[in-house]
Design a protein around this ligand. Structure first.
Ligand code: AMP
Length: 187
């Protein structure tokens, strides 16, 4: 089973993805975490990615597509995974669709976490104080929200055509949101 968590930055994809992955016994693939780790260890990927991440821009598809390919090819993702933070562009979605398709698989569910913009900003600003993420500055937050609307939100329509999008309100108690996700995906 392949499940994609979709939602704006700050919508709770990381938190809900972790709960879902543990409950279903599936690996969670998080491109943001992979990129942050690469930045921290100073690899070529990290050096390239950092330029975009700090400003809240997407790392270009030329860089991300090969990263996604590598992650999907890992044995632990052979039978299923939770995708957090990708696909984020039409090109990334096309790659995921094609790669799974070649294996006779597909994305089974898209969980769209719906959170009002004021709440997203409040959460990301709070996270900046706690975690010190370099892209939780006011300017980068603004850019990330715009980039989400422009590049990622259109994927909802792409997947909605297949009838696999579940819109889940992402406000309230973490446990209640997790219960609602469980209900909509039926497991
Ligand atoms: P996230 O933790 O998912 O919000 O990602 C943090 C940052 O990493 C984003 O603002 C992008 O700069 C970069 N990033 C993460 N995933 C992707 C992706 N799939 N495509 C392009 N950039 C990404």
């Amino acid at each position: 089973m392949f499940i994609l968590l979709l939602g704006a930055p700050g919508s709770g994809k990381g938190t809900q993805g972790k709960i879902l992955a543990e409950r279903l016994g599936l690996p969670k693939i998080t491109t943001g975490d992979i990129l942050r780790a690469a930045v921290k260890s100073g690899t070529a990927l990290g050096l390239e990615a950092k330029k975009f991440m700090d400003g809240g821009k997407l790392v270009p598809d030329t860089v991300i597509l090969s990263l996604i390919k590598e992650e999907l090819a890992k044995p632990e993702a052979a039978q299923g995974a939770i995708f957090d933070g990708f696909p984020r562009t039409a090109a990334q979605a096309a790659l995921v669709d094609a790669t799974l398709g070649e294996r006779g698989q597909r994305l089974n569910h898209i969980v769209l976490l719906d959170v009002p913009e004021e709440e997203l900003i409040r959460r990301m600003t709070g996270r900046a104080a706690q975690e010190g993420r370099s892209d939780d500055t006011p300017d980068a937050i603004k850019t990330r929200l715009q980039v989400y609307q422009r590049d990622t939100a259109p994927l909802v329509a792409h997947y909605a055509e297949r009838g696999i999008v579940h819109r889940v309100p992402g406000i309230g108690a973490v446990d209640d949101i997790a219960t609602e996700i469980k209900r909509v995906i039926g497991r």
